[in-house]
Write a protein of this length. Structure first.
Length: 252
Protein backbone atom coordinates (compact mmCIF):
# COMPACT_ATOMS: atom_id res chain seq x y z
CA UNK A 1 0.00 0.00 0.00
CA UNK A 2 1.36 3.47 -0.92
CA UNK A 3 2.46 5.55 2.10
CA UNK A 4 0.03 8.42 2.67
CA UNK A 5 2.45 10.07 5.09
CA UNK A 6 5.35 10.07 2.63
CA UNK A 7 3.06 11.38 -0.14
CA UNK A 8 1.85 14.22 2.07
CA UNK A 9 5.46 15.47 2.42
CA UNK A 10 6.19 15.11 -1.33
CA UNK A 11 7.18 18.46 -2.91
CA UNK A 12 8.26 17.42 -6.43
CA UNK A 13 7.12 19.88 -9.09
CA UNK A 14 5.73 22.41 -6.58
CA UNK A 15 6.78 26.05 -6.92
CA UNK A 16 8.02 28.31 -4.14
CA UNK A 17 9.04 31.93 -3.69
CA UNK A 18 11.58 32.75 -0.94
CA UNK A 19 12.43 36.33 0.01
CA UNK A 20 15.90 36.82 1.53
CA UNK A 21 17.10 33.51 0.13
CA UNK A 22 20.64 34.57 -0.86
CA UNK A 23 22.10 33.39 2.44
CA UNK A 24 21.28 32.29 5.99
CA UNK A 25 17.88 30.84 6.87
CA UNK A 26 16.33 31.65 3.46
CA UNK A 27 19.12 29.83 1.60
CA UNK A 28 18.88 26.82 3.95
CA UNK A 29 15.12 26.64 3.27
CA UNK A 30 15.74 26.91 -0.48
CA UNK A 31 18.17 24.01 -0.26
CA UNK A 32 15.69 21.92 1.78
CA UNK A 33 12.89 22.52 -0.74
CA UNK A 34 15.21 21.73 -3.67
CA UNK A 35 16.17 18.49 -1.93
CA UNK A 36 12.46 17.66 -1.69
CA UNK A 37 12.09 18.28 -5.47
CA UNK A 38 10.52 21.77 -5.37
CA UNK A 39 11.39 24.72 -7.66
CA UNK A 40 12.32 27.95 -5.85
CA UNK A 41 12.49 31.57 -7.04
CA UNK A 42 14.64 33.68 -4.73
CA UNK A 43 14.16 37.43 -4.25
CA UNK A 44 17.04 39.16 -2.43
CA UNK A 45 18.87 42.49 -2.18
CA UNK A 46 22.26 40.95 -2.93
CA UNK A 47 23.75 40.74 -6.43
CA UNK A 48 24.05 36.98 -6.17
CA UNK A 49 23.54 34.24 -3.58
CA UNK A 50 26.31 32.43 -1.65
CA UNK A 51 28.47 30.10 -3.73
CA UNK A 52 26.93 26.70 -3.11
CA UNK A 53 23.56 27.96 -4.49
CA UNK A 54 24.84 27.59 -8.07
CA UNK A 55 25.20 23.78 -7.69
CA UNK A 56 21.77 23.20 -6.12
CA UNK A 57 19.74 23.30 -9.34
CA UNK A 58 21.93 20.68 -11.07
CA UNK A 59 22.24 18.47 -8.01
CA UNK A 60 18.50 18.25 -7.48
CA UNK A 61 17.21 18.75 -11.04
CA UNK A 62 14.99 21.71 -10.12
CA UNK A 63 14.55 25.32 -11.31
CA UNK A 64 16.07 28.02 -9.05
CA UNK A 65 15.65 31.44 -10.72
CA UNK A 66 17.24 34.36 -8.85
CA UNK A 67 15.90 37.95 -8.80
CA UNK A 68 17.71 40.92 -7.28
CA UNK A 69 15.05 42.94 -5.43
CA UNK A 70 14.46 45.16 -2.43
CA UNK A 71 11.38 43.90 -0.58
CA UNK A 72 11.03 47.31 1.10
CA UNK A 73 10.67 49.02 -2.30
CA UNK A 74 7.25 48.59 -3.94
CA UNK A 75 8.39 48.84 -7.55
CA UNK A 76 11.48 46.68 -7.22
CA UNK A 77 9.52 44.06 -5.29
CA UNK A 78 6.51 43.91 -7.61
CA UNK A 79 8.69 43.60 -10.74
CA UNK A 80 10.68 40.76 -9.17
CA UNK A 81 7.58 38.96 -7.87
CA UNK A 82 6.00 39.06 -11.32
CA UNK A 83 9.26 37.77 -12.84
CA UNK A 84 9.34 34.95 -10.29
CA UNK A 85 5.77 33.84 -11.08
CA UNK A 86 6.55 33.95 -14.82
CA UNK A 87 9.75 31.94 -14.38
CA UNK A 88 8.01 29.26 -12.32
CA UNK A 89 4.70 29.28 -14.22
CA UNK A 90 2.65 29.22 -10.98
CA UNK A 91 3.29 29.46 -7.26
CA UNK A 92 2.20 27.13 -4.46
CA UNK A 93 4.02 28.56 -1.47
CA UNK A 94 5.79 31.60 -0.05
CA UNK A 95 8.48 32.02 2.60
CA UNK A 96 9.56 35.42 3.85
CA UNK A 97 13.09 35.40 5.25
CA UNK A 98 14.32 38.87 4.15
CA UNK A 99 15.21 40.85 7.26
CA UNK A 100 17.89 42.71 9.13
CA UNK A 101 18.93 42.90 12.77
CA UNK A 102 20.93 45.50 14.63
CA UNK A 103 22.70 44.79 17.89
CA UNK A 104 22.66 48.08 19.82
CA UNK A 105 21.43 49.35 23.21
CA UNK A 106 17.77 50.45 23.11
CA UNK A 107 18.57 54.15 23.65
CA UNK A 108 21.16 54.30 20.84
CA UNK A 109 18.91 53.33 17.91
CA UNK A 110 18.40 56.14 15.41
CA UNK A 111 15.04 57.02 13.79
CA UNK A 112 16.15 55.61 10.42
CA UNK A 113 17.50 52.39 11.92
CA UNK A 114 14.27 51.66 13.78
CA UNK A 115 12.20 52.32 10.67
CA UNK A 116 14.41 49.98 8.68
CA UNK A 117 14.27 47.15 11.23
CA UNK A 118 10.52 47.41 11.67
CA UNK A 119 9.98 47.57 7.90
CA UNK A 120 7.41 44.78 7.72
CA UNK A 121 5.87 45.92 4.45
CA UNK A 122 7.99 43.33 2.60
CA UNK A 123 6.38 40.47 4.53
CA UNK A 124 2.90 42.01 4.33
CA UNK A 125 3.10 42.81 0.62
CA UNK A 126 4.68 39.46 -0.26
CA UNK A 127 1.76 37.71 1.43
CA UNK A 128 -0.69 39.99 -0.39
CA UNK A 129 0.87 39.39 -3.83
CA UNK A 130 1.07 35.67 -3.08
CA UNK A 131 -2.63 35.55 -2.08
CA UNK A 132 -3.62 37.39 -5.28
CA UNK A 133 -1.71 34.91 -7.42
CA UNK A 134 -2.98 31.84 -5.54
CA UNK A 135 -6.57 33.07 -5.79
CA UNK A 136 -6.16 33.32 -9.58
CA UNK A 137 -4.82 29.76 -9.70
CA UNK A 138 -7.73 28.49 -7.56
CA UNK A 139 -5.89 25.60 -5.89
CA UNK A 140 -4.96 27.02 -2.46
CA UNK A 141 -1.45 27.47 -1.07
CA UNK A 142 0.72 27.79 2.01
CA UNK A 143 2.84 30.67 3.36
CA UNK A 144 5.45 30.45 6.11
CA UNK A 145 6.65 33.76 7.56
CA UNK A 146 10.00 33.79 9.35
CA UNK A 147 9.37 35.76 12.54
CA UNK A 148 11.55 35.79 15.64
CA UNK A 149 11.35 34.65 19.20
CA UNK A 150 11.93 38.30 20.15
CA UNK A 151 8.35 38.99 19.01
CA UNK A 152 7.10 36.75 21.83
CA UNK A 153 9.10 38.59 24.42
CA UNK A 154 10.18 42.17 23.74
CA UNK A 155 10.10 43.59 20.25
CA UNK A 156 7.18 44.03 17.88
CA UNK A 157 8.00 41.97 14.79
CA UNK A 158 6.56 40.03 11.88
CA UNK A 159 4.74 37.44 13.91
CA UNK A 160 1.33 39.06 14.15
CA UNK A 161 0.97 39.21 10.38
CA UNK A 162 0.44 35.42 10.36
CA UNK A 163 -2.68 35.47 12.51
CA UNK A 164 -4.89 38.02 10.69
CA UNK A 165 -3.60 36.87 7.30
CA UNK A 166 -4.50 33.26 8.15
CA UNK A 167 -8.09 34.22 9.01
CA UNK A 168 -8.67 36.31 5.91
CA UNK A 169 -7.00 33.91 3.50
CA UNK A 170 -8.47 30.67 4.84
CA UNK A 171 -11.57 30.90 2.59
CA UNK A 172 -9.19 30.96 -0.41
CA UNK A 173 -7.54 27.73 0.77
CA UNK A 174 -4.37 29.57 1.73
CA UNK A 175 -2.69 28.58 4.99
CA UNK A 176 -0.42 31.09 6.74
CA UNK A 177 1.94 30.06 9.55
CA UNK A 178 5.18 31.33 11.00
CA UNK A 179 8.25 30.04 12.77
CA UNK A 180 10.02 31.98 15.51
CA UNK A 181 13.69 31.01 15.63
CA UNK A 182 15.81 31.72 18.70
CA UNK A 183 19.56 32.25 18.11
CA UNK A 184 20.51 30.62 14.81
CA UNK A 185 24.04 30.42 13.43
CA UNK A 186 23.89 32.52 10.24
CA UNK A 187 25.85 35.41 8.71
CA UNK A 188 23.53 37.79 10.62
CA UNK A 189 24.31 36.39 14.08
CA UNK A 190 27.97 35.71 13.23
CA UNK A 191 28.49 39.41 12.59
CA UNK A 192 27.02 40.21 16.02
CA UNK A 193 29.07 37.48 17.75
CA UNK A 194 32.28 38.68 16.11
CA UNK A 195 31.74 42.15 17.57
CA UNK A 196 30.35 41.35 21.02
CA UNK A 197 31.78 38.52 23.15
CA UNK A 198 29.06 38.86 25.78
CA UNK A 199 26.28 38.32 23.24
CA UNK A 200 28.27 35.46 21.70
CA UNK A 201 28.34 33.78 25.12
CA UNK A 202 24.59 34.39 25.51
CA UNK A 203 23.82 32.79 22.14
CA UNK A 204 25.67 29.59 23.07
CA UNK A 205 24.79 29.32 26.75
CA UNK A 206 21.40 30.94 27.40
CA UNK A 207 19.25 28.33 25.61
CA UNK A 208 18.50 25.46 28.01
CA UNK A 209 19.66 23.06 25.26
CA UNK A 210 23.06 24.77 25.70
CA UNK A 211 23.90 25.50 22.09
CA UNK A 212 23.17 27.95 19.30
CA UNK A 213 20.65 26.66 16.72
CA UNK A 214 21.56 25.82 13.12
CA UNK A 215 19.55 26.32 9.95
CA UNK A 216 19.16 22.50 9.89
CA UNK A 217 17.13 22.88 13.10
CA UNK A 218 14.56 24.98 11.19
CA UNK A 219 14.08 23.29 7.84
CA UNK A 220 12.07 20.25 9.01
CA UNK A 221 9.37 22.43 10.58
CA UNK A 222 9.15 24.64 7.50
CA UNK A 223 8.92 21.67 5.11
CA UNK A 224 6.15 20.33 7.36
CA UNK A 225 4.25 23.65 7.34
CA UNK A 226 4.57 23.87 3.55
CA UNK A 227 3.46 20.30 2.96
CA UNK A 228 0.06 18.65 2.78
CA UNK A 229 0.90 16.95 6.10
CA UNK A 230 -0.09 20.25 7.77
CA UNK A 231 -3.25 20.80 5.70
CA UNK A 232 -5.36 21.61 8.82
CA UNK A 233 -2.73 23.89 10.39
CA UNK A 234 -3.02 27.63 9.84
CA UNK A 235 -2.49 30.76 11.96
CA UNK A 236 0.07 29.07 14.15
CA UNK A 237 3.65 29.80 15.13
CA UNK A 238 6.36 27.28 15.99
CA UNK A 239 9.03 28.49 18.41
CA UNK A 240 12.38 26.86 17.59
CA UNK A 241 14.69 28.15 20.27
CA UNK A 242 16.39 25.38 22.25
CA UNK A 243 13.80 26.29 24.95
CA UNK A 244 14.99 29.91 25.17
CA UNK A 245 11.36 31.06 25.18
CA UNK A 246 10.67 28.97 28.28
CA UNK A 247 13.49 30.49 30.30
CA UNK A 248 17.23 30.93 30.29
CA UNK A 249 19.52 28.18 31.49
CA UNK A 250 20.81 28.85 35.03
CA UNK A 251 23.82 26.81 36.11
CA UNK A 252 23.48 25.55 39.68
N1 LIG B 1 19.64 34.16 12.69
C1 LIG B 1 18.87 34.23 13.75
O1 LIG B 1 19.29 33.93 14.89
C2 LIG B 1 17.45 34.67 13.63
C3 LIG B 1 16.60 34.46 14.71
C4 LIG B 1 15.26 34.86 14.61
C5 LIG B 1 14.80 35.46 13.46
N2 LIG B 1 15.66 35.68 12.42
C6 LIG B 1 15.09 36.34 11.24
O2 LIG B 1 15.14 35.43 10.15
C7 LIG B 1 15.34 36.15 8.92
C8 LIG B 1 16.60 35.61 8.22
O3 LIG B 1 17.69 35.76 9.13
P1 LIG B 1 19.16 35.26 8.76
O4 LIG B 1 19.86 34.96 10.02
O5 LIG B 1 19.12 34.24 7.67
O6 LIG B 1 19.77 36.63 8.19
P2 LIG B 1 20.87 36.89 7.06
O7 LIG B 1 21.32 38.29 7.28
O8 LIG B 1 21.90 35.81 7.06
O9 LIG B 1 20.02 36.80 5.70
C9 LIG B 1 18.99 37.72 5.43
C10 LIG B 1 18.85 37.87 3.93
O10 LIG B 1 17.82 38.84 3.70
C11 LIG B 1 18.24 39.72 2.67
N3 LIG B 1 17.57 41.01 2.81
C12 LIG B 1 17.66 41.90 3.85
N4 LIG B 1 16.91 43.01 3.60
C13 LIG B 1 16.35 42.81 2.37
C14 LIG B 1 15.49 43.60 1.55
N5 LIG B 1 15.08 44.81 1.95
N6 LIG B 1 15.11 43.10 0.36
C15 LIG B 1 15.53 41.87 -0.06
N7 LIG B 1 16.35 41.08 0.68
C16 LIG B 1 16.75 41.54 1.87
C17 LIG B 1 19.74 39.84 2.85
O11 LIG B 1 20.39 40.28 1.67
C18 LIG B 1 20.12 38.39 3.24
O12 LIG B 1 20.42 37.61 2.12
C19 LIG B 1 15.47 37.63 9.32
O13 LIG B 1 14.21 38.24 9.18
C20 LIG B 1 15.90 37.55 10.77
O14 LIG B 1 15.58 38.72 11.46
C21 LIG B 1 16.96 35.29 12.47
Amino acid sequence: MASKVRASFERTGRNYIVTGGAQGIGLALTQAIAEMGGNVAILDLQDKPLNHFSQLANTHGVKLPYFRADVANERSFKVAFKGAVEALGSVDSLMTSAGIALEKPFGKHTWDEVNKILEVTGTFMATQLFAEQVEKQGKGGSAVLIASITSHTVLPSHRMSAYPASKELAPLGIRVNSISPGFIDTEQTKFVRDHNAKIADLMFNAPPLKRIGTTDDLVGSVVYLLSDASSYTTGTDIAITGALHVGRQIDT
